[in-house]
Design a protein around this ligand. Structure first.
Ligand SMILES: [Zn+2]
Length: 614
């Protein structure tokens, strides 16, 4: 097997620009003759990673990691030594010389490298084929129409190399066999069904190639053209030798130049959103790969950016994802901003960047992406909403709830100064004395600590009620693979806003998210439940089988019960209002009474309908 000659490696070392190479991965600042950056190998907020351009080496004063620039590239891109040398030689336009090996057996490395190279080549070819089909074949008409409807420009279709996978599910397989690929290689490629080797995972879908940082296609996302209840909206390639979700983000290769220039990154939810933002000139936009945004992905972005701007969907699940993204990026040291949800007066039906592009054009999207607020301001707004909903005659309780919503975020801040300014802002916005905020915080901290200690035996603090038990049943059903059955009907019958119990709400949202990301396992669902206590509670109760028997009846009866309870509550409120209206003979009591009475009749009727089984 040939290997790269020592002479070539020496020449590469002489020729390469260490600072330029490392700058592709982290942002370097020159201070006192040295180049500094925040270390990519450990978590830190002040730079202790240095590059020595003369020695072509790096060293971190924080974690003591050190090595040559070639080692650095091997680590960052998970490459073997020859792969890293080849990559760097390409960047320095150096022609490598190979020699025949004697004795030294590098066949294992070579085998691995060969397999990776073949995979890269395969994905490159397929991506080109999909692209060609989208632009030339009649069967891609609907896909093209859907792009036109979404106002995606031809320039973006080319830039993101969008494509179309043929409807015939064995077409790709036959095409590749004809090109001389072996059956074994194809079955390990991640393009075909595990059970039926010749059936493509993707058929009749709009294809989004997923690229690594060098722009090589490493996987695909495929979107259905017309939404239909039976098929998932998106399908993504499984992980492979060349594709690891946690190390990649959609659009990163195209966004990198702008991210490096601005040290700022926009995080959107979906592939279409990223494309829409690029089209609007916001070229530093990326998205997670069909799953929730992870700390690993945040660390990847932190290599080049200081500032992250979150631009997620304007619905409840999207807004909840914002909260979790804030919690993900804060400990890594990002300064974090949120794009304000679309203005109801101007863009009321636009729920995400792709929607804004479609309905209002690229200029509007670009303008909208500039209306950002600091993460804590956003949290204060959210807390304000929470406070209002709790303010029904219990003003103090509402304020405390709002504070407890804010405390976990304040906890993530490591500067005393920032923390104090957050306390002040919270006091100001909620109209509480700063001292009272601090006192509540101390109470929260101590309560919080004892809670973690006693948590092991604290399951009984979650009380089963109608709402929680019905959500548990629906969730158990969802996981036991009958997801098309109960949950879709359930969400039609009962909206999230109709549920009062916050644990039941949490499970509802987790389910919504699982549907959105096509997750069906117990692990996935558990991961989307944010409190340890509820996770534990759910895991315990779902394993006993108590919620899997007689499911249909539990669900229909449960929905009825919840609706009835809510109507009864409204009925009571109206009766109280009627009494007070009759007592205080203010201005036009008759009109008020008449309105209240007609509302009462409506509720009575609905209750009656429920009792008679509609
Ligand atoms: Zn380090």
């Amino acid at each position: 097997m040939p290997y790269i000659s020592q002479k070539s490696i020496q020449e590469l070392n002489d020729r390469m620009d260490a600072v330029a190479i490392v700058s592709d991965y982290v942002k370097l600042d020159k201070k006192g003759g040295r180049f500094w950056a925040c270390c990519p190998f450990h978590n830190e907020k002040t730079a202790s990673f240095t590059v020595n351009p003369d020695l072509k080496s790096y060293y971190c004063f924080g974690c003591n990691k050190s090595g040559s620039i070639i080692n650095f590239v091997m680590e960052m891109d998970t490459l073997t030594f020859p792969e890293a040398v080849e990559l760097l030689a390409k960047k320095s336009s150096l022609e490598l010389i190979y020699e025949k090996s004697e004795g030294h057996d590098s066949s294992l490395d070579n085998e691995k490298r060969k397999n990776r190279d073949e995979l890269f080549e395969l994905y490159h070819r397929i991506s080109g084929t999909f692209q060609h089909i989208l632009q030339n074949n009649a069967e891609a008409k609907d896909a093209n129409d859907s792009l036109i409807t979404r106002s995606i420009s031809l320039e973006m279709i080319n830039r993101f190399r969008l494509g179309f996978s043929p409807k015939d599910r064995s077409w790709i397989y036959n095409f590749l066999i004809k090109k001389g690929y072996s059956k074994e290689f194809l079955s390990s490629s991640g393009l075909f069904s595990a059970n039926y080797k010749n059936i493509s995972l993707f058929s009749g879908r709009l294809m989004f190639p997923i690229s690594d940082r060098q722009g090589r296609t490493i996987a695909f996302g495929g979107r259905i053209i017309k939404d239909s209840p039976g098929s998932p909206k998106y399908i993504n390639s499984p992980e492979s030798e060349i594709y690891k979700k946690r190390d990649n983000l959609y659009g990163l290769d195209l966004a990198l130049p702008e991210i490096k220039k601005t040290k700022t990154v926009y995080l959107a939810e979906g592939y279409m959103d990223v494309i829409a933002l690029h089209q609007a000139g916001v070229e530093n936009s990326v998205a997670p790969l069909g799953t929730a945004f992870t700390p690993d992905q945040a660390k990847v972005l932190k290599r080049w950016a200081d500032k992250i701007i979150i631009f997620f969907d304007n619905d409840e699940a999207g807004q909840k994802a914002v909260l979790s993204a804030i919690q993900t990026v804060k400990p890594i040291g990002f300064s974090c901003y949120i794009v304000m949800p679309p203005n109801p007066a101007e863009e009321k039906n636009a729920k995400d960047p792709s929607d804004i592009l479609q309905k209002f054009g690229p200029k509007a999207l670009q303008n909208h992406s500039k209306s950002i607020i600091f993460d804590f301001e956003y949290l204060l707004l959210k807390a304000g909403i929470l406070y209002k909903s709790g303010s029904n005659g219990q003003e103090y309780e509402g304020k405390v709830r709002a504070l407890h919503f804010l405390f976990p975020y304040i906890d993530l801040l490591d500067s005393e100064l920032t923390r104090n300014s957050c306390f002040e802002a919270a006091a100001d916005s909620l109209g509480i004395l700063p001292d009272a905020v601090l006192e509540e915080y101390r109470r929260y901290i101590s309560g919080h600590k004892t809670e973690t200690i006693t948590r092991v035996k604290s399951n009984d603090s979650i009380q089963i009620n109608d709402e929680l038990s019905i959500l548990l049943s629906v969730a158990v059903d969802y996981i036991s693979n009958k997801r098309e059955k109960i949950f879709p009907n359930f969400r039609k019958e009962l909206e999230i806003a109709e549920i009062e119990d916050h644990n039941a709400k949490e499970i509802y949202i987790a389910l919504e998210e699982c549907v959105r990301y096509e997750e069906i396992s117990m692990d996935d669902l558990l991961q989307r439940i944010s409190t340890l206590e509820l996770r534990r509670f759910f895991a315990e109760h779902s394993s006993t089988g108590e919620f899997s028997a007689n499911l249909d009846k539990i669900v229909t009866d449960g929905i009825k019960k919840i609706k009835k309870k809510r109507l009864k509550k409204q009925q009571d409120e109206i009766i109280i209002k009627l009494r007070t209206a009759k007592k205080n003979e203010e201005d036009e009591p008759e009109i008020i009474i008449r309105e209240l009475l007609s509302e009462k009749i409506r509720i009575d009727n609905e209750l009656l309908k429920l009792d008679q089984g509609r």
